[in-house]
Every structure is written in structure tokens, then in C-alpha cells.
Design a protein around this ligand. Structure first.
Ligand code: LMR
Length: 420
């Protein structure tokens, strides 16, 4: 018997696993009764249960009842045109004319970020992409994968626990060059929960115009942040309606959070063009290039989630119900911010905690250190990202006191970490 050939892969180095989903897996295997999941951004009810939206259930029922014989067919490579038109209008409303926007359906927000990054890497050929420091971990991975040099602009001032607008502008002013991509979070910045004001957004847009930078918005929380989709789309729409010169830009859209379609991977990438010159030929060519990326990677996006989104967005009555549910979700998160803040203040926990109520959206960047995070997981079975980011959606009226007491213990008496 000959010896086994050596595997091509025996020396393969293992890259680090994604921390957010590793924590989610650990939490799901944990049987401790008081365990708390504050890791991945997934909305839960006050009972700690997942919440399929009522309006999504109605759309599902309508789809099953219609029993369209084509419902399992292949779709078009670039996606469902009716879904894309509704998704585009939900994003931009009347901020720019529809013929300036080329849209392609994607595998939710990650897919939209990746498809957009691949398209821009090949066709804009930026020297760099500028990401906020910190940003959602997948941004870095996605842009590295398409071979564009990743640079960071300051975003978070750890001392003041606030958005570092001056630092961001100074960095981009000094170092960004024409055609560089600047990745921006449309609202509810992940992980910090800190957004620019409208005046600051205007200044960022002017900077992009003046220096010919290419804005790329990650729009994962529209309607989920404030409860009002128009309010949350303000920055994207402001950039899209600018004149002299009009900006070209990308928008990665996700329906994971605002419709709760997490596992259905429902989203779109929108490329906004200037609209000048012979755009009909350019549109055709942009669409063909985007379709080529989609075809080579996954042929086409899944259709069930986009059928649900299309059913909701295509009906005035269902859209109105959806907006009510968005209010319910965003209000619960805001009330949990207040409950956690109040509990920490009542306990007299060392440190300032007002940033928890000042931040917005799914996450709070608590300022807890990595050793504190590890201790909270090991001793109290409270799972959160090592950056100190917590998902507000994992807090509820039953566990918020438990979480606050645990934070109080570790903050009041740091020696518990070394004696653990
Ligand atoms: C998160 O940041 O927790 C979510 O957006 C889930 C993800 O894909 O990382």
C-alpha cells in the first residue's frame, strides 16, 4: 500500500473566524438560564424571542395563497425589476430621477457591499477606500477581497464618546485623493450608534464634491433607527440631490433589520450616476457589468425575501402597517437605552453612561474594555463583541437589571477580573 499523498491544504493557515457569528453560536450552545445575547444585531421582543413582523406574515400568506406556478423559477440575473424599482424608491424617493440609478438585486447588505465594491474596484479603480474607524467588521474584509487598499478616517472620539467630525474631515482633506471611495453609514452607525448631524452631512457631501471622492453608503437600518424611513434616508437623499456637480455614488441596501428578513438575504446595490451625456448606453453597460459579477458569483439572488419586500412595498396598506411596526421596534430599543442608563446611574456604577442614551439604532458602543467583556461572558454568560459593542435588541425588561448589576460589579471592582 502506497503512502497517502500530502494534501495541498495541510499547511493552510486558518483566518480568524467572524467574532459576531462565533459569539452567536456560543450563546446558542450555552444552557445557563440567565444567559444574555448582546452580540449580533438581531431584533428580539421583550420576551427575548425573535419577532417575525406581522406585515411580513401577511405578505407570506398572500404569496402562498397566490400559489404562482412560477414562484420557484429562476429569476433574472440582475434581479426582480419590480422589487428593485420599489427598493430604489424607498431609498431615494424623489431625491434624484429614477433614470440616474442602476440597481441590481443582491444577497442582502453584505452582498450589496461586495457587489458594489467589486464593480468599483474593476471600473472606478480607486487607489483607496476610506472606512470609518471603527466600522462594521465585514467592510474591511470585503474591500480587501476586491484588492483595494483599505485606509481609515477617525470616527469615534473615545474620550468624549462622540463622533469625531473634525478628525474625519481633517484626515480626508489631507490624504484622500480624487476617485478614492469613502464608505459612509447612512444612519445608525455600526458599531458606535453615532451619526453626523444634518449640517455635518452637508459638509461631508461638499468635501466629496470638492475633492471628487466617491461616496458609498451602507444603508442597513433605514426606518429601524428612528422609526421613520424618510428621516433615516436624509443623508443618502441629500447626497443624491446635490447639483454643481452632481455626485455619483453607491448605496448598499439591506432589508435584514427593517423587515426582519435576516436569513432571507434580501437587498440591492444602487449605483447613482450623474445622468449627464448619453446615459441610456451607459446604463445598459453598467447593468451588464453588474450582472456579470452576479452571474459569476451566485447567478442570482434568492427570491422569497424579495417577494415579501415587493408585496409590502407595493401595497399602501401594508407599507403603512410596516411603518407602525418600525416604530414599535425602534421605540423598544430607545426604551432599553434609557432602562440600562437609569439602572447604571441608580447603582452608581463608576464612569459616565449618558452616551448610551445619546446613541441611536441597534447598537451601543459602551466603552467596556475587552477584559471586562471577557469577564462578563465567563462569569455572567453575557455575550457581547470584544469592542464593547452591545446590541440593544438583546436587552429587555427582564434582563436589563441583571446586565447593569454585572457591569456594576466589574466596573466598581476591577480586581475581580484578575481573581477570576
Ligand atoms: C451585526 O453587525 O451584528 C449584524 O449586522 C450582523 C452581521 O452581519 O454582522
Amino acid at each position: 500500500m502506497g503512502s497517502m499523498p500530502t494534501s495541498h491544504f495541510s499547511g493552510l493557515a486558518a483566518p480568524p473566524r467572524d467574532e459576531i457569528f462565533e459569539l452567536l453560536g456560543q450563546f446558542r450552545r450555552d444552557t445557563y438560564p440567565e444567559r444574555v445575547n448582546l452580540s449580533a444585531g438581531v431584533y428580539c421582543t421583550d420576551e427575548g424571542e425573535p419577532m417575525p413582523l406581522q406585515v411580513v406574515r401577511q405578505a407570506e400568506t398572500a404569496i402562498y395563497q397566490a400559489a404562482d406556478p412560477h414562484r420557484h423559477d429562476y429569476g433574472a440575473i440582475e434581479g426582480d425589476a419590480a422589487f428593485l424599482a420599489l427598493a430604489r424608491d424607498f431609498t431615494f424617493s424623489t431625491a434624484c430621477s429614477a433614470d440616474r440609478v442602476v440597481s441590481v438585486q443582491t444577497v442582502s447588505g453584505s452582498g450589496a457591499n461586495h457587489t458594489g465594491a467589486r464593480f468599483l474596484a474593476d471600473n472606478l479603480r480607486p487607489r483607496r477606500v476610506w472606512l470609518s474607524d471603527p466600522t462594521w467588521v465585514n467592510h474591511d474584509l470585503i474591500w480587501q477581497t476586491v484588492g483595494v487598499a483599505v485606509h481609515y478616517y477617525p470616527y469615534y472620539n473615545a474620550k468624549t464618546r462622540s463622533f469625531d467630525f473634525d478628525g474625519m474631515v481633517a484626515k480626508l482633506e489631507a490624504e484622500a485623493e480624487a476617485n478614492d471611495v469613502v464608505l459612509l453609514h447612512a444612519c445608525a452607525h455600526n458599531p458606535t450608534g453615532l451619526d453626523p448631524t444634518q449640517e455635518q452631512w452637508k459638509a461631508i457631501a461638499q468635501l466629496c464634491q470638492r475633492k471628487s471622492l466617491f461616496p458609498f453608503f451602507d444603508n442597513a437600518y433605514q426606518g429601524f433607527a428612528s422609526g421613520d424611513p424618510d428621516h433615516d434616508a436624509w443623508a443618502v437623499r441629500h447626497f443624491a440631490q446635490l447639483q454643481g456637480p452632481a455626485l455619483e455614488m453607491g448605496v448598499a441596501q439591506s432589508f435584514s433589520k427593517n423587515m426582519g428578513l435576516y436569513g432571507h438575504r434580501t437587498g440591492a446595490f444602487h449605483l447613482v450616476t450623474t445622468g449627464e451625456g448619453s446615459m441610456s448606453a451607459a446604463r445598459e453597460s453598467i447593468t451588464a457589468n453588474l450582472a456579470m459579477i452576479v452571474r459569476s458569483e451566485f447567478s442570482m439572488s434568492p427570491r422569497f425575501g424579495s417577494d415579501i419586500a415587493k408585496t409590502i412595498l407595493g401595497s399602501k396598506a401594508l407599507t403603512a402597517e410596516w411603518y407602525t411596526e418600525l416604530q414599535v421596534m425602534s421605540s423598544r430599543l430607545i426604551s432599553m437605552r434609557k432602562a440600562l442608563y437609569d439602572a447604571l446611574v441608580r447603582l452608581g456604577t463608576p464612569g459616565s453612561w449618558v452616551h448610551i442614551v445619546n446613541q441611536i439604532g441597534m447598537f451601543s458602543y459602551t466603552g467596556l474594555t475587552t477584559p471586562e467583556v471577557v469577564y462578563l461572558r465567563q462569569k455572567y454568560h453575557i455575550y457581547m463583541h470584544s469592542s464593547g459593542r452591545i446590541s440593544m435588541a438583546g436587552l429587555n425588561t427582564k434582563n436589563v437589571e441583571y446586565v447593569a448589576s454585572a457591569i456594576h460589579e466589574v466596573r466598581s471592582n476591577p480586581s475581580v477580573m484578575t481573581s477570576a
